[in-house]
Design a protein around this ligand. Structure first.
Ligand code: SF4
Ligand code: SF4
Length: 208
């Protein structure tokens, strides 16, 4: 196995995608007059799966900047998260457990948080490669605003397609254009912590 490492250039590319998504998010949030302030909930307990080695590697760049003791604490928390998760999934329940990186309401790795953490909240759309349009209604609070203001109309939303395509492209380049040959990523942040930095199998032609 070899570790998947993001070069400085790829970090810049990934951060540019994050930044653009955030700008789009803020634009829509502004139109809707929506913000997280005063929210009684915290969506860091939502069960999300993540799909790229690029984001996984970026998260680990953040983890490695922490003191070893702090890293161990977060990993230990991630292990308990996964145990609870397993119990919930075994009885057919969607887990709702606080992310191991959330400390008293704040993200311990804010600069390295994942795309979903940056985009959950306002409505969004995405067109899949087969042409199917996926619509995300936003969080429950935002849906309340949308219901009052937009009735049957399509509300303002973030169009994620172009940016997600850029991320897919970056991912493929990171995997040396062999994304299709690599094991699929479909994991929680807790799994990213427990599994360690991302690694991929060496291809046959790379073996000595
Ligand atoms: S995204 Fe929605 S549910 Fe999550 S903290 Fe913000 S307002 Fe609350
Ligand atoms: S990584 Fe940070 S922002 Fe994302 S769910 Fe965890 S605590 Fe929340």
């Amino acid at each position: 196995m070899k570790e998947v490492v993001l070069s400085e250039q790829r970090v810049k590319e990934l951060e540019a995608i994050y930044e653009k998504l955030q700008q789009e998010y803020e634009k829509v949030a502004g139109i809707l007059n929506f913000s997280c302030s005063g929210c009684p909930d915290n969506c860091c307990d939502s069960y999300f799966l993540h799909h790229t080695y690029a984001e996984w590697a970026h998260l680990w760049q953040g983890i490695r900047q922490l003191e070893p003791k702090r890293q161990q604490t977060l990993i230990a928390r991630a292990k308990s998260y996964l145990e609870q998760c397993e119990r919930d999934l075994a009885v057919g329940q969607r887990p709702q457990i606080m992310c191991p990186l959330n400390e008293e309401g704040l993200c311990a790795l804010y600069e390295h948080r994942l795309l979903v953490c940056r985009t959950h909240g306002v409505p969004a759309t995405m067109t899949r490669p087969d042409g199917q349009i996926l619509r995300f209604p936003g969080c429950f609070r935002c849906q309340d605003i949308v219901d009052v203001q937009y009735d049957q109309e399509q509300p303002p939303h973030v169009e994620r397609t172009v940016l997600l395509r850029k991320l897919a492209l970056l991912e493929n380049e990171l995997l040396e254009n062999k994304r299709h040959l690599m094991p699929k990523v479909k994991i929680t942040i807790a799994e990213m912590l427990v599994k360690g930095p991302p690694a991929i199998p060496r291809l046959h032609c790379e073996k000595k």
